[in-house]
Design a protein around this ligand. Structure first.
Ligand SMILES: [Zn+2]
Length: 378
């Protein structure tokens, strides 16, 4: 099967804005088996798809997954071509800038250059850490975030020479807590942020906000796994409403979906207010669960390594493994990618079934055709 040209991020967001679906964005920390399962489910439901990895997961040194932008892109392209699926975009998730120093911004630009060379078509600039707690207005609080996001977005635009790439920006640090509980983004903050970026000539397609979710697997105070049901739906709708009133096309990217029951997503999520839904840790969990049965020796080895190297007193092994097993992807890269055919088949099949559930919950079946039509009629 021939390789298709990747969809530019902005084309996908423009085609699907206000069509009532959420585009799944899958982080394939382990591409083997998982990739085929997800691409096959996208093809069979004709759902537009984004595949992504964050700066921490995938960078020029291999991040914690062992993938560089070039190897990740190659793995995804090969899988898409093999499966025969065309409507997908390659997104750089959480290009995180934590300090905002010139050195860090330079490093990020180097990463972005490599991502563009590797064929990435969409980018999430995450300068949400740069928050001035002394600020008296949202503009003051967000000044450094706005400045750095503008600089990096202009850099991406200069590399492409146009604004067809997808642009996600981030205003509230996801999962952040203080003594009063979770710190959530207000509609005023989100609109002030977008307004300031637009005044600088930056036109984001989507915005990530802090709305109650936490990244990864979550646990109660006894170390028992719990569901992700703390996303504040009402707040999300209010932020999206304020963005609409502002008259821009900016909609919401939902982070931290792992652990959210799919029927809750189907029934309660504001589809269309949220237009991108990131699912990351869920796929990694399927890998370990599959290995537990089909590759028990490797599972045991990885489990032991995670507990020995990342264990903390007073924490259950289940919580330690749940939170830190992502780091085993690189540590055991060769052994993981040498999984036998039976294991790969089981992993692919399970991933396929789970991806079907997410595409249904996101109401995205048929969305790929809308993107094809949009591109054809441009
Ligand atoms: Zn995220």
């Amino acid at each position: 099967m021939a390789e298709h040209k990747l969809v530019m991020g902005a084309e996908m967001f423009n085609a699907l804005r206000d069509t009532g679906c959420i585009i799944m964005a899958a982080n394939l920390r382990i591409t083997k088996g998982v990739g085929r399962g997800i691409f096959r489910a996208a093809r069979d439901t004709d759902s537009a798809l984004i595949v992504e990895l964050a700066r921490s997961e995938c960078n020029l040194q291999g991040g914690y997954t062992g993938h560089t932008p070039a190897t990740y892109s190659k793995a995804c392209r090969e899988t898409a071509a093999e499966v025969g699926f065309d409507m997908w975009a390659l997104h750089a998730d959480h290009i995180q800038i934590k300090k905002g120093t010139p050195e860090e911004v330079e490093e990020v630009k180097e990463l972005i250059s490599a991502q563009i060379d590797a064929g990435y078509t969409s980018f999430a600039i995450d300068a949400s850490y740069l928050f001035n707690f002394e600020g008296k207005t949202p503009e003051e609080e967000l000044a450094q975030n706005i400045e750095v996001t503008t600089e990096v977005a202009k850099f991406i635009e200069s590399k492409f020479g146009h604004k067809e790439f997808g642009l996600e920006v981030e205003v509230g640090e996801i999962g952040k807590t203080d003594t009063g509980g979770m710190v959530l983004t207000t509609p005023e903050e989100a609109t002030a942020y977008i307004k300031a970026l637009r005044a600088n000539g930056i036109e984001p397609d989507i915005i990530a906000i802090a709305n109650g979710s936490t990244h990864g697997n979550i646990f109660d105070e006894h170390g028992r796994p719990i569901q992700q049901v703390s996303i504040d739906i009402d707040l999300t709708k209010r932020v999206a409403g304020a963005l609409r009133e502002q008259g821009t096309g900016v909609r919401i990217a939902q982070h931290g979906i792992t652990g959210t029951p799919t029927e809750l997503i189907y029934q309660k999520f504001p589809h269309g207010d949220i237009i991108k839904g990131n699912v990351a840790t869920h796929w990694q969990n399927l890998v370990w669960e599959t290995f537990k049965l089909f590759a028990p020796e490797l599972y045991e080895k990885a489990h032991r390594w995670v507990i020995e190297t990342h264990g903390k007193p007073g924490k259950t092994e289940e919580e330690i493994f749940g939170k830190s097993s992502k780091l085993a992807a690189k540590q055991f890269f060769d052994e993981i990618y040498a999984m036998d055919e039976t294991t790969e088949h089981a992993l692919e099949s399970w991933t396929y079934a789970e991806a079907l559930k997410f595409f249904h919950a996101f109401k995205s079946a048929g969305s790929a055709q809308k993107v094809r039509d949009y591109i054809a009629n441009k």
